[in-house]
Design a protein around this ligand. Structure first.
Ligand code: UT7
Length: 328
């Protein structure tokens, strides 16, 4: 049935047991709990053990989301895994998850859009559900980012953490569901956040590994400004597209990149901080997993109620950004 709105039917999340605190990092690089807390809001982040990999967390999150949606894995017709830290190059982590959970009727794929990957996936799933191409979709943002973190670079190593969050989408009735979504990118900003080595352009060799070319490099200060500007603008665009006002937002879930970025965007959007969800203190920046982990935490804590207007926005390497506005 074409043109029926898509909504979120179930959510789930999972993360490793390992915790890396600010005190742990202060033993590794020249930093302090005080600097990390005041500049980022982060107190700890989760870190996968060497024998833990991305699909492990994704599978747990996806299973939980499908169960809570009261569906069977065989009902899923589209499975999107948003990740920049896949299990391996081929096949996609989406296909690995598909096989493991038994979602044999799905088209599975990965979306590579860094921290915006989950909202990219939601936007694609929304379109396919609305046009009637698929009925049920699952989008999972999953990362073991710490694999690509240089623990001698104090600017990046304090930020990132591991985990996964998932959402099942399907057609909904009435006023519920996704009112508007928008995704954008600008590849001219590639070098603001990137990992140059390991692909076909800068092939993995003993030299590139020794030089740390596979690690994330970031121009944090410049990225900060672009992040605030992009997330504010695209949030305004989806609010307008969805015919809603900034003051009507009940729950704002921004990508958890930096508490100061969150506060700057909320301030520009005139969204009171009481309506903003933040878990950066305990998770750090988990890239594509950040919004779905936050969303599931909100659902489990009854922080979101039927009829609430929920605004989600993200920004990440690429650079990529996006926003989704929905009526819960
Ligand atoms: O998720 C994808 C999107 N990611 C982002 O949008 C990240 C955006 N950027 C940021 O969150 C912030 O720029 C950072 C947290 C990365 C850095 O914070 P900042 O307030 O922009 O600091 P800064 O880069 O301007 O550096 C200020 C000072 C510098 O020292 P000097 O040159 O003033 O002496 C840095 O070397 O802080 C120093 N510094 C640190 N000091 C202690 C940088 N990292 C650290 C550290 N501990 N971990």
């Amino acid at each position: 049935m074409a043109n029926q709105r898509a909504g979120i039917l179930g959510t789930g999340h999972s993360y490793p047991e390992g915790i890396l605190t600010n005190a742990d990092l202060a033993k590794m690089v020249e930093t302090s709990d005080e600097w990390i807390t005041t500049r980022t809001g982060i107190k700890q982040r989760r870190k996968a053990a060497p024998n833990e990999y991305t699909s492990m967390f994704a599978i747990r999150a996806v299973r939980q989301a499908i169960e809570r949606a009261r569906l069977d894995p065989a009902d899923i017709e589209l499975l999107i895994c948003a990740t920049v830290s896949p299990d391996q190059i081929l096949p996609s982590t989406g296909c690995i998850i598909q096989a493991e959970i038994g979602a044999h009727n799905a088209a599975a794929m990965d979306v590579v859009a860094a921290c915006s990957g989950f909202l990219y996936g939601v936007s694609l799933a929304d379109s396919m559900i609305r046009t009637g191409q698929v009925r049920y979709a699952v989008v999972v943002g999953a990362e073991v980012l710490t694999q690509y973190v240089d623990y001698t670079d104090r600017q990046t190593c304090v930020l990132f953490g591991d985990g996964a969050g998932a959402a099942v989408l399907g057609p909904v009735d009435g006023s519920r569901g996704i009112l508007a979504s928008k995704i954008k990118s600008d590849g001219r900003y590639e070098e603001q956040l990137y990992s140059p080595g390991g692909g076909t352009r800068r092939r993995p060799t003993a030299e590139t590994l020794a030089a740390g070319d596979h690690f994330f490099k970031m121009k944090g200060n410049e990225l900060f400004k672009v992040a605030v500007r992009s997330m504010t603008e695209i949030s305004r665009e989806v609010l307008e597209q969805g015919g809603q006002k900034e003051e009507d937002v009940d729950l704002f879930i921004p990508h958890q990149a930096n508490q100061r970025i969150t506060e700057a965007v909320a301030d520009r959007l005139n969204v009171d901080m009481s309506k903003v969800y933040s878990n950066i203190a305990v998770h750090g920046n988990t890239s594509a997993a950040s919004i779905p982990i936050a969303l599931d935490e909100c659902v489990q804590a009854s922080r979101v109620k039927p009829g609430d207007l929920v605004l989600m926005t993200s920004f990440g390497g690429g650079v990529t950004w996006g926003a989704v506005l929905m009526r819960w």
